[in-house]
Structures are given as structure tokens and as C-alpha cells.
Design a protein around this ligand. Structure first.
Ligand code: SF4
Length: 366
């Protein structure tokens, strides 16, 4: 079985990663992936996954995927001058995730080899197990303009038939590859999930400082839909007290429907240890009036209380029904966690303590 490259592997050192490009304050390092298809067994997720980049320049405050950059985090000494240099600017791990990006330059070549192989990865995906592109970092982040690794991966996937492919992104850059997406959709099942949590541009800039604007994502949604690609929107995460005003959510869902989406997939914020370390200081700086309520809500679990989750689910289902959108993903089963599987977040689970008392649904109307 092909194994995903592990950045925590002791064989991988910064000096093995040459500087291959720069964009403003972001530095890119080339890496040679030994495997590119991450298996469900490796990640604990119920699908195969591909991430062409490690690290993500969009810098969302709630990002749970910073753990994937743990090699840099653990080392904690990557300098502004480059990996392995003697420069003296040390980035904190959360910022290194956003500014020091690893580029799996051989991803397409490794994927082609894997799919030709008769091994279990090729067999499983050819039997119809889902492949998700962009589970840990955005495959259309700014790096993709320079390196086109995601496009190269899609070119390989376009050669195959009968795959089930899902792409998750916040970037309208995905429309650059419409030609390939259309070709893939003719031979395989393809669903695109654009991620958008609010229509409020200024609010979004505070939460996702370097991600594309809401309007540009909605334009991308319209173009994908017009091209016949099944495309919906992940409203993930819904941030309690920040993006969960009912009128704002209703406006967002109506707008998504107007742009031709097929589905909406909402989920409230989860705060496991890695996300918590970044999100809570962000909250204290930007929304200090919410700090105490978050402390209470997340005191015993990485999830909001069940009542909040149920209330949000009911509310969003009702909205979707009103505008004729499917609630949830078209391929819901592909996203169900395997029995007994932990999701691919190596943080200590925080939900072993007894559940907190009654839900605070009024956060929905804060
Ligand atoms: S786009 Fe996704 S991977 Fe990138 S920072 Fe935002 S949440 Fe994290």
C-alpha cells in the first residue's frame, strides 16, 4: 500500500527541501512525496485524500489543519531566510503553517504510478471509494498559480474512469481548470464543495485574512454550476456569535441557491487542541465579549453543546427546504466516519468528560 509522506518522518529535514519560489512574505519549499493518496487507514477518514501542498496561505483563524504542518511546528526554528538558514526570524508554528508552504512537486507522477499499480490504493479507488482533494490544505491556494500541482493531479484523474472525486476549496482559481473538471465529470462522479461562511466581506477578512472574497467565490460557484459541475457550499464552520445570526445565514443560503448550487453543507465550529490554540487568542483580540461564552461552551468538549448543533441543523434544514437546496453532501455516506475511527486530528479528544449542561441556543441570535 502506498503511504502518504509524513512530514513528521525523521528522514525528512528542512535542508532536504529546496526553496522553489516566493510570493511576498510566503516561501515555498519543494518536497518529494513518496505517496500522494492518503488511505483511510492512515488518516482515520472514510475516504482517500490528496493534498498537493502542506501549509496553507489563506490563514483562517479556525483552521484545524495546522497539525499537518507539525514538522515545522515541532522544529519551530524555520527562519524568514529559509529552511536551514541561519537567519534570525523564527515564526511561531501557526504562522509558519501560513508562510512556509511545502509543494509536493512530484504529486502527479506519484499518483499516476499509484493508479497504474495493482496495489490496494488503485484497487480501492477503482472500486468506487471516494477521493477527496483538499482535506488538510486548500488545493487552490496562491501556490497553485505558481506550481500547478493540483492541475497536474487533475490531469491524471481525468485519464481514469468511474472515480468518485470531491474537491474542497475556497478559491475561484478552481475555475481555471474548468476544462479538466468537465472532462472528469464526463467519466467519473465529481462534486465541488466551495467553502464560504458569510457574505460579509469585512467580517470574513478578519476571520480568513488571505482567502478570496465572498463575491469571487460565488462567481466561481456560478461558473461551475453553469458548466454542469455539481457544486455546493460548505458553510463550515459556523462560528457561534460571529457568523451565526439567523438573518445572515438565511441571506447566505438564499444567495448560494441563486448561484445554482446543488447543496449546502453546514457544520458548527469544532475546537480541538490545534485549532483552539489559534482560534481562542483570535477571539480574544477580535471578539472579546465572546470569550467567556466560548469558555463555557467548549469547557468539556471540542464541540458546541448538542442543543446548539441540533438547533443549527434544524434551522439550516428548514432554510435549505425553503430554497430547494439539498442539505448535506450529495455523497453523504462517503463522509461518514468509519465505525470506531478517529478523525485525522491527532489532538487528544476533549469529549470524554460529561456533556455540559443545557445548550445555549441564544448564541444563534447574538
Ligand atoms: S483554507 Fe482550509 S486549510 Fe487553508 S487555512 Fe483555511 S481552513 Fe485551513
Amino acid at each position: 500500500m502506498q503511504q502518504a509522506m509524513s512530514l513528521g518522518d525523521p528522514q525528512v529535514t528542512p535542508t532536504q527541501h529546496p526553496l522553489v519560489g516566493e510570493q511576498k512574505d510566503i516561501q515555498y519549499y519543494g518536497s518529494q512525496a513518496r505517496g500522494i493518496l492518503n488511505s483511510p487507514e492512515t488518516t482515520g477518514m472514510p475516504f482517500w485524500s490528496i493534498n498537493p501542498y502542506v501549509g496553507c496561505a489563506f490563514g483562517c483563524a479556525y483552521c484545524y489543519a495546522r497539525y499537518a504542518h507539525r514538522f515545522v511546528m515541532e522544529r519551530g526554528t524555520l527562519t524568514a531566510e529559509g529552511a536551514g538558514s541561519d537567519g534570525d526570524e523564527v515564526l511561531p508554528p501557526w504562522l509558519a503553517f501560513e508562510r512556509r508552504i511545502f509543494v509536493k512537486r512530484n504529486a502527479a507522477e506519484v499518483l499516476r504510478r499509484t493508479l497504474r499499480d495493482r496495489g490496494s490504493a488503485a484497487g480501492a479507488v477503482q472500486r468506487g471509494e471516494t477521493i477527496v482533494l483538499g482535506t488538510a490544505t486548500d488545493p487552490y491556494q496562491p501556490a497553485e498559480r505558481l506550481f500547478r500541482v493540483t492541475r497536474a493531479v487533475l490531469e491524471v484523474l481525468a485519464e481514469a474512469k468511474g472515480l468518485k472525486l470531491v474537491i474542497i476549496t475556497k478559491s475561484p482559481l478552481i475555475t481555471r481548470d474548468l476544462d479538466l473538471l468537465v472532462r472528469i465529470a464526463q467519466r467519473s462522479t465529481l462534486t465541488v464543495h466551495l467553502s464560504l461562511i458569510t457574505l460579509d466581506r469585512e467580517l470574513l477578512r478578519r476571520i480568513e485574512p488571505r482567502a478570496p472574497t465572498p463575491e469571487s467565490r460565488l462567481r466561481a460557484l456560478r461558473r461551475l454550476s453553469a458548466a454542469g459541475i455539481e457544486a455546493g457550499v460548505n458553510i463550515m464552520p459556523v462560528l457561534p456569535g460571529v457568523t451565526d445570526r439567523p438573518d445572515a445565514l438565511a441571506a447566505l443560503v438564499r444567495r448560494i441557491a441563486a448561484e445554482g448550487a446543488t447543496h449546502v453543507n453546514p457544520s458548527p465550529l469544532r475546537l480541538r487542541a490545534t485549532a483552539r490554540k489559534r482560534y481562542l487568542p483570535f477571539l480574544a483580540a477580535e471578539f472579546p465579549h465572546l470569550v467567556t461564552r466560548y469558555a463555557e461552551a467548549f469547557a468539556h468538549s471540542h464541540e458546541m453543546p448538542a442543543g446548539y448543533r441540533d438547533g443549527l441543523r434544524r434551522f439550516m434544514k428548514q432554510l435549505c427546504a425553503e430554497v430547494g437546496l439539498q442539505y448535506g453532501t450529495p455523497d453523504e455516506r462517503a463522509f461518514e466516519p468509519r465505525a470506531g475511527a478517529a478523525w485525522a486530528v491527532p489532538d487528544a479528544p476533549m469529549d470524554e468528560a460529561p456533556p455540559p449542561p443545557a445548550p445555549q441556543l441564544e448564541l444563534l441570535s447574538t
